[in-house]
Design a binder for this molecule. Sequence first.
Ligand code: CA
Length: 231
Amino acid sequence: MTESASGPVILLVEDEPQMRRFLRAALSSHAFRLVEAGSGTEAIALATSHNPEVVLLDLGLPDIDGLEVTRRLREFTKVPILVLSARGREDDKVAALDAGADDYVTKPFGTNELLARLRVALRHAQGEAKAEPVFELGSLRIDYARREVTKAGEVVKLTPIEYRLLTCLAKNLGKVLIHRYLLKEVWGPTHGDDTHYLRVYMAQLRRKLEDDASNPTFLLTEPGVGYRMKG
Ligand code: CA
């Protein structure tokens, strides 16, 4: 275990020495305090003893699977879990998010991307109970009390479904939301598999809110996984 003086505590769970070295260098130079685990069992033990503010979790571990680690952590903690997954393993990402992970980064990733995701995770951890009456992102503004959406000061008329979808994404700014989660939140529990609804309504939202619907800048698709509003 290595520790620097201040900053949020990250539990880094990764068995590959090379990846560990890369992450250690990237994170400790940004004032994060690192607690390191090389296996799932060790990760669960350290999560209890060190109370980390974020868990950075590799899915392929030598003892128990990262998905199982996620499930076990979720039995006792709401700590944000950021999963490290291999490229092209969309099913793994969906399964991890479904098991209770908050987000993922795909290997290989750059330091900047990783730091951005960590900041989002930390923000969610801190702001969990905070109610914001108004949401603003660039020229987009959502007034929750009046249920009114404006873009550059102009009112945008949304259907109730479009509004629910937009606010669901906005309340999880920066975080990837899997298809099934969005479908349940917006359409209800019986629509978990109707992915085509999402495609249709996301296209409508983009037409109404993006400058160029075919080249979205904040209503982003995560291929094979879900959608994310970029903050
Ligand atoms: Ca691994």
